[in-house]
Ligand binder design. Structure first.
Ligand SMILES: Nc1ncnc2c1ncn2[C@@H]1O[C@H](COP(=O)(O)OP(=O)(O)OP(=O)(O)O)[C@@H](O)[C@H]1O
Ligand SMILES: [Mg+2]
Length: 354
């Protein structure tokens, strides 16, 4: 190890330990190997890009919910001295990728349009972090395949997190085979790290640290006043701008938007709409929340995506209605990524303690 590589490696290890201590925890044994590997990567990146024959190897961190994967990659990026780094959440990445592909579709044939869009997104980054990667949509299988193919060929190091081991991506048996070439590519070209500690850290109570998302709550109908909320008046309803369209809100106030579940989740809304709302409003209230067993499959999926976006963008989410997870068990194949939704909702104050 040259001095410089060794210094960056040691600096990153120390940065991880300090970041954990600042938050009042110690590394879980299952996080040791990723910390070691990410610190090595920081060392490898100490060389200027032109000195390296090829970029450092790509990493794929996977494990169950709440094991600290996002914390690991965010802390890594934070401690990395180069400005040539970028983190994108899965949903945001796809929103941008679809937009880029549409823009280049006139001038470039299918795959080439994807390559152009990917190159725009990576810019001059040496490290691209892609958080919470999953693949369910058969329609996206080709796009994701091309995306990985292109990214893994570029002079960039890709670091992804996922709840799925590569072989478990695209779990639907009807479509899984479509994804097998991409899985093989991931397994060959990325170092796969298992971050499966025993505990979902989100379920630990942590009085000292409350992100805005965790300041949200689940309320019974009528419990608004206790949470300091004034229900929408009749004149408050109106349209609110989302992604290329307007959505019918029950109220739009300074820093807060209020929707009915029916309008937001049963309506034909999509992730880019939630991202647009999250960019503008630090608080989102959703009333009329039913148990998800009673909602349509599309509404269940939209709700799960909404919770993902609010958690990732640290939006305070207030849910009014019935416990959405009531009657759902992780074994019930009602909802994809149900465990992720349940882990995030466990951060919200419930009506009992409210
Ligand atoms: N070793 C640890 N001990 C205690 N808390 C931790 C530890 N590592 C991370 N955390 C905290 O646990 C919470 C969940 O971590 P994080 O969001 O990184 O999980 P994740 O593995 O990305 O989950 P998901 O798969 O649901 O996205 C965060 O608040 C994080 O700061
Ligand atoms: Mg995560």
């Amino acid at each position: 190890m040259t001095n410089r590589v060794g210094r960056e490696y040691e600096a990153m290890r120390a940065h991880f330990l300090r970041a954990a201590a600042d938050r009042g925890f110690t590394l879980d044994p299952a996080q040791e190997a990723p910390v070691e590997r990410l610190s090595r990567l920081a060392g490898e990146l100490a060389h200027p890009a032109w000195r390296l024959r090829r970029p450092p190897r790509h990493l794929y961190l996977w494990g169950p919910v709440g094991r600290g994967k996002s914390w690991l990659v965010d802390t890594f990026l934070d401690g990395l001295p180069t400005p040539r780094k970028r983190r994108l959440h899965f949903h945001d990445f796809f929103r941008r990728l679809h937009g880029g592909v549409a823009r280049h579709a006139d001038d470039h044939q299918g795959g080439a349009a994807v390559d152009r869009a990917v190159d725009e997104l990576r810019g001059d980054c040496r490290v691209l972090v892609f958080d919470e990667f999953h693949a369910h949509d058969a329609g996206d299988a080709m796009l994701v395949a091309r995306l990985f193919h292109t990214l893994l060929e570029r002079r960039i190091t890709l670091v992804t997190t996922s709840n799925y081991p590569p072989a478990g991506l695209m779990p639907n048996p009807l479509y899984h085979h479509l994804f097998e070439p991409t899985i093989r590519l991931i397994e060959e070209r990325m170092d796969v790290l298992d971050v499966s500690g025993p505990e979902d850290f989100r379920r630990r109570s942590r009085p000292g640290h409350r992100p805005r998302f965790a300041q949200g709550a689940r309320l019974d109908p009528g419990g608004e006043a206790a949470a300091g909320l004034v229900p929408p008046g009749p004149g408050e309803a109106g349209p609110v701008a989302a992604h290329h369209r307007e959505l019918p809100a029950r109220a739009v106030r300074d820093g807060l938007v209020w929707f009915g579940f029916e309008e937001l989740c049963e309506g034909r809304t999509a992730v880019p709409d939630y991202l647009a709302l999250a960019e503008r409003f630090p608080t989102l209230v959703l009333d009329g929340v039913p148990p998800l067993t009673g909602a349509s499959p599309e509404a269940r999926q939209r709700f799960a995506n909404l919770v993902d976006v609010c958690c990732d963008r640290d939006v305070r989410l207030l849910l009014i209605g019935t416990d959405p997870m009531a009657g759902l068990s992780p074994e019930a194949p009602l909802l994809r990524d149900l465990d992720r939704t349940a882990s995030r909702l466990a951060l919200l104050r419930g009506p009992e303690t409210g």
